[in-house]
Design a protein around this ligand. Sequence first.
Ligand code: ARG
Ligand code: ZN
Length: 873
Amino acid sequence: EAQAEHKVEIFLADYEPPKTVVTDIRLVFCLFDTHADITATSTFTRNGDLAAPMVLDAGDMLEIVSVKLDGVAARHSRGKRTLTVEGAGAGGTLEIVTRIKPQDNTKLEGLYRSGGMFCTQCEAEGFRQITAFPDRPDVMARYAVRIEADKASCPVLLSNGNPVASGGLGEGRHFAEWEDPFPKPSYLFALVAGDLGHITDHFTTASGRRVTLNIYADPRDLDKCDHAMESLKRSMRWDEEVYGLEYDLDLFNIVAVGDFNMGAMENKGLNVFNTKCVLASPETATDRDYDSVEGIIGHEYFHNWTGNRVTCRDWFQLSLKEGLTVFRDQEFSADMGSRAVKRLDDVRILRSHQFPEDGGPLAHPVRPDRYVEINNFYTVTVYNKGAEVIRMMHRLIGAEAFRKGMDLYFARHDGQAVTCDDFAAAMADASGKDLSQFKRWYSQAGTPVLSVSRARTGNDVIVTIEQETAPTPGQPVKEPFHMPFLMGWVATDGQAITPVVTGGDWREDGCLLEVREGRQSFTFKDVPEGAVPSLLRGFSAPVRLKSDLTREDLAFLLRYDSDPFARWEAAQTLARDQVLGVTAALIEGRNAPADTPFSDAVESLFADKALDPAFLAELLTLPGEVELGQMMEVLEPGHLHEAREATLNDLATRYEAEMRARYDSLRPKGGYKQDGAARAARRLANLLLQFLARRPGGDALVKAHYEAADNMTDRIAALSAVSDSDFACRGAILADFYERSKDEPLVLDKWFAVQATSRRGDTVQKVRELSRHPAFTLKNPNRLRSLVSSFTMLNQAGFHDPSGQGYRFLAETILAVDKINPLIAARLVAPLGRWARVEPARQAMMLDSLRFILDEPKLSDDVRELAAKSLKG
Ligand code: ARG
Ligand code: ZN
């Protein structure tokens, strides 16, 4: 059968229900060191033209050994991506035997080996690398699985659902059988076989089901699984309390895998995790890592309802499960820790990753309407902007109606594969709110810019909000969005006031305005002279905000605003002004401006003894260079970097005494603790260390900090200061860290990352050198990202080194990785595509690098899709 060499673009508008539906499947896996044989026996029915042959998805790594229909050999033929079977009729039993080579599978998709362990990753389209199948999420079947393997190398044999049988087979082999009672799409299938240890615990659900919880890992890593287990129990409790959702099997297994493309995977009853997202100990993980493990454990667990019980009709609907589940994990983390700090972390991710995506050549809606390779759409837009869309619905209809909407969604769709429209309909029906305009958030890409201005008429203030969204590729004209805009007022004495408003609604956390038009005004009655509006509280919509707030207004909000986001945003706005002011001066060869609005405003913060140290650390953290670069008409990465450094130096110089005193007071008296207070103290102390490292005596302070560290959070903070520096102790400390970490892959990743993000001028050469280090490999996604993505995505100045070496290095790396793992190669492309706003000399070199990639004749569909879009701009 002739099939296009390259994958073609597919469209949401072309959706058709499946022609072949499988209701039950039995899979028998015979695993060997040299290959795996798989027998898949499916019960199927067909729709449409029954005389037409049956076309199944079949991956390029699959060898078809035999095909039978109702026990009789069937005529069949192989296409590049399909298996066509003749004579299938209206339905029956299909038996397919396939052979694969898991040990050669470097794409880490389908069934592969990591270390000695066999494991699977089927989302989105990996199942077709195991057997030929209608591999799409709207085909849901009951799975029965038998695994046979060598007992010594694979004592543990796992799959979805419940264990039903196991035993010996002779010749050192054994088997296990599993059954999953819940029909599921193929992307949720999982198998694990290997020499794993595990920890066990239990959770009793609200209705009394006693669930066994296991976390499996390399036996050497079992001492790093406790935090994940505690996080899992907290997740299970939280979903019961907040959504009334209980776990539905007697067993929940998690497996930690060292070679894994993404973070983790929510396979029914058998979640598979990247080790990075599950293992944590004080010696190996930072406080941030602890948070990220808790959030991802929650995320995958929450998928059991939002993803598994109710799944996606097709992959255009990916945000149906991902946006919703990210929203749920964000709320879980907010409830477990500091809600204020969690929100700022989420906003930072949007601004430094999602806004650039939305403003560049790879912009796409939360529900894309076309794609070539679905793996390219597991993006911050689908995940994190998708979560903001859910959060806005939650804000617009309120928590109570949202919960009713969730109940209605499950009542209507449990066991189904549905669309984002079905979700919005449940929310609209439960709340009575018309969400038809709101749904533009699903279909229109781009970040709206809101401009807010005030006009006083007598005692009243009219607040005018304008929205504008720039064109994105394929979407030249944008309709206005419907969004919640939460705001407040602070009177001159620092007290909150709640003036009567037309068209708005006061709630506990502020006044909710519903913005629907391109330009809209709201009148606040009897606003006292001098009162300052606090805007976009809670970051109530994923927009860029422009306003007529003056520096005085911002400094005032920084002191008095009760809304943590708006307060932090006041600081961020002043900091942006200061850094961008210095940048402009550097570009034009002028002296730096004399006014330093952020440095001035910081003074009041050191005086405020009531401030939570973790929140103070947030207020003192400057926006990153990627975020700042987004605000320049033409990006000059070198000047921007210099200006931000100058601002940091200014702060360190002016507040050295306060910083030093605070640093000393925060240093722990006793040993390491993981509680909130200890973590907040570490966060602030480690931030202050970065400032103090810039001052005379900084080298001794950093060295002492490194040597005193009894946990990874403190040690990495010192290492990062060292890596940025030219301290005499630099080489010795980097070497010491390497020695300590060489047997701990996740810690060694940090050693690479900290050097890749160094602000030193020689980083691009150093990164090249490190790419030849014996411990570096392109085959392990974590190691690859620790060096390459850290450099290209987090080190803007280094990546944009004026030599162009950063671009060249990335392009060469992409081509090398593409031969091993196209999914991972494609995820490296984005930084090269952001050439449009970069100064001309660098722009030309970036475009050259994209052409260099596209010149490769054997380029994967994955990389080609993104590189071609990037070149077009
Ligand atoms: N569903 C997983 C999660 O978000 C992500 C899996 C993505 N895998 C992939 N190959 N694109 O929890
Ligand atoms: Zn997910």
